[in-house]
Design a protein around this ligand. Structure first.
Ligand code: ZN
Length: 398
């Protein structure tokens, strides 16, 4: 096991307190937003081992650290593990399948679009399934609402009512196609009266986070300068609006459109940066490419419930790259864990002492470890602890 240091991403949508808080970095003057804390071997932003070696390089030199099974299937650590503090809503996005990413990456290479070009869609050849666990109240958009619910919204919101016949006739695809391809003037004409209705309510604190109008109003405030309306606002009404409570999780497979709205979470994903965006962003949007990847179907959200009586919770989505374990330990111990793959641990609360053979490592809040495959660990819990363990599932499952 090795103490590990992650990388902070200061994206503009990040909060100012949460990540500096658990990392013990002073940020009182709010000079910088702290959006994400990355733990992993992503070549662009690899975590560092103590002596300054990047985790990426370390793994390339010590493939055995991954574990036999993992190193036969993947060339490096296949997952990326993050903490997010979402203060301003993120873009609406969808991630491609593995095959689509391989094809898109090759096509963009052949077309000579540089990897760092702003109009580049595919940054690598990988898919990016994602699992998130809420660290506190968390709001997100997650897939299209089931038909009956979407019909009700289109009936209830007067500005969207003209879209109802189209949805009844042509379903999700026709509806989404229509709004994503509206001319800017038409978009503005539809959304202007909606803005005039919801903004005063938002400003008077009359809207609740449980209703779409709240997030539409916030999106209008954030993304619609100069009277131009972002077409992502339609999606706020079309998608499931979810409020996850602390400890609840959700999985986002390929093709499922989503957007994080507010809160802190743990996120684990395949090691990729392939994102196709559908609004609420200033970044590149390629609508025809986006339409190829969105699955036009109802999503019945499968929230992974939190049973607070459990001290160990496993999140095991149907992917080969990652699984996540959460431990709520009371002071005491010892606890024991044996690793079957390389793992990354992150302690978000408390204090522990980890022993492996004759090595001993103290971990405090915000601390993390890279643990190699085949390690037998004994853990003393010195203060009530909240530990997340990211691992690669055993191949038999897939
Ligand atoms: Zn995503």
């Amino acid at each position: 096991m090795y103490p590990l240091k992650g990388v902070v991403q200061h994206y503009s949508w990040g909060g100012y307190r949460y990540i500096p808080g658990f990392l013990g970095i002073p940020n009182e003057v709010k000079e910088k937003p702290f959006a994400e804390y990355w733990l992993g071997a992503h070549p662009a932003f690899p975590s560092q081992l103590e002596e300054g070696t990047s985790l990426d390089e370390f793994i390339q030199q010590h493939k055995e650290a991954l574990g036999k099974e993992v190193s036969s299937r993947f060339s490096s650590l296949p997952f990326l593990f993050k903490v997010l503090d979402v203060w301003q809503m993120l873009s609406i996005q969808v991630h491609p399948s593995k095959e689509a990413a391989e094809r898109g990456y090759a096509e963009e290479n052949a077309a000579g679009i540089p990897l760092n070009a702003p109009n580049r869609n595919y940054k690598d050849e990988n898919h990016k399934p994602e699992l998130m666990v809420a660290l506190d109240d968390f709001w997100l958009l997650h897939g299209f609402k089931p038909e009956d619910q979407l019909e009700k919204v289109l009936q209830r919101v007067p500005e969207l009512a003209p879209l109802l016949p189209l949805f009844r006739e042509g379903g999700y695809r026709a509806l989404y196609q229509k709004v994503m391809n509206l001319k800017q003037e038409e978009t503005d004409r539809m959304l202007q009266p909606l803005a005039a209705r919801v903004l005063p309510l938002y400003e008077k604190n009359k809207l609740s986070k449980e209703e779409e109008n709240f997030w539409a109003a916030r999106a209008i405030m954030n993304f619609c300068g100069l009277g131009q309306f972002d077409r992502g606002i339609f999606s706020v009404y079309f998608f499931n609006l979810l409020h996850l409570k602390k400890g609840e999780g959700i999985f986002q497979p390929e093709g499922l459109p989503h957007a994080y709205l507010e809160g802190q979470n743990i996120e684990i994903m395949a090691n990729s940066d392939n994102v196709l965006r559908g609004g609420l962003t200033e970044k590149h949007i390629d609508i025809s490419e986006l339409m190829k990847h969105v699955k036009f179907e109802a999503t019945h959200p499968q929230v992974i419930q939190n049973k607070s009586s459990e001290t160990h919770k496993s999140f095991t989505p149907p992917v080969a790259e990652f699984e996540l374990h959460q431990y709520d330990w009371k002071k005491g111990g010892p606890q024991t864990i044996t690793t079957h793959s390389a793992e990354i641990w992150l302690l978000l609360q408390g204090r522990i002492k980890v022993q492996a053979g004759d090595m001993e490592q103290a971990v405090t809040r915000g601390g993390s470890l890279f643990v190699t495959a085949g390690a037998a660990l004994t853990i003393q819990v010195l203060e009530d602890a909240l530990l997340f363990r990211a691992a690669v599932p055993s191949g038999e499952k897939n």
